[in-house]
Design a protein around this ligand. Structure first.
Ligand code: SF4
Length: 264
């Protein structure tokens, strides 16, 4: 394990980080990635920040949007009214759920739909969700009713081919989703940064099934405080199976933790 940097070097690093924090991430420049991961981690560790988990989710979402619009400006096939991908499995971290819950909590009808979708989702194994669909309880009039606070997974689903989407979602063709070029890489880097910062903050870095996690968050007005205090509030919600197996993403997260932790 690397030794912690001395105080003067840490201060210098934080000063330099200012040039990259919140700006579009250059995926080929490890300094921009580390600077934003450090920022996220320090935010999550700062107990003086109210709703710091939701704020970390907001920061990661803004970073994703900014990076996508800079590096991935090509036209997309997605448009308002096309809601195929809002009926499949959505994988979220708890900070994203807590942020979404803040808005949904004020809307009783939507909250009821979340409970119904959670029950329906619990009855379907993750591997069957592509075929046995559950309409997202946030979907209204074929559009996302929580567009500004939608999870990173939703923000990063941009298709370059409507024809391929139609084959996937109407004919269950089993083809891979036709992400626009670079979308997958950008999403993977932002997710790695958020997960690494959660890991370094002693919080669960895992992704969970959205409908069930949201139902749990809505059932507890003080969910964010309790989760940040270490309560296993989401212990019964199924974890995304992709997070349990070793992968390129998990290797990236561990490398990021190894490099950033000594600088905190
Ligand atoms: S949260 Fe919004 S974008 Fe995501 S699946 Fe639900 S309706 Fe679609």
């Amino acid at each position: 394990m690397q030794e912690r940097l001395d105080r003067a070097k840490r201060r210098q690093l934080l000063k330099e980080d200012q040039a990259w924090i919140g700006k579009a991430v250059d995926l080929s420049d490890v300094r921009t990635i580390q600077a934003n991961t450090r920022h996220l981690t320090l935010m999550l560790l700062d107990t003086g920040i109210k709703r710091r988990a939701s704020k970390a989710a907001a920061f990661a979402s803004q970073l994703l949007d900014t990076t996508m619009s800079k590096h991935n400006p090509q036209p997309v096939a997605c448009s308002k009214g096309c809601d195929y991908c809002c009926k499949t499995y959505v994988s979220v971290t708890i900070p994203e759920i807590l942020r979404l819950a803040q808005s949904v909590r004020k809307q009783p009808e939507k909250s009821t739909r979340v409970g119904e979708a959670a029950t329906a989702s619990a009855a379907i194994p993750q591997g069957e969700r592509e075929v046995k669909r559950v309409v997202c309880p946030i979907l209204e009039d074929k559009a996302c009713s929580e567009y500004l606070v939608r999870p990173v997974a939703c923000r990063a689903v941009l298709s370059k081919s409507l024809e391929t989407c139609l084959r996937i979602f109407e004919q269950n063709s089993g083809e891979p989703f036709p992400f626009t070029d670079d979308t997958t890489d950008i999403r993977v880097y932002i997710v790695a940064m958020l997960q690494a910062s959660l890991m370094m903050s002693g919080l669960s870095p895992l992704h969970y099934e959205m409908n069930q996690a949201l139902a749990v968050a809505l059932a507890h007005e003080d969910a964010e405080d309790r989760w940040l205090a270490g309560e296993a509030l989401f212990a019964d919600v199924p974890v995304d199976e992709a997070d349990i197996k070793p992968s390129g993403l998990s290797a990236m997260i561990h490398a990021l933790v190894a490099n950033v932790r000594p600088t905190l």
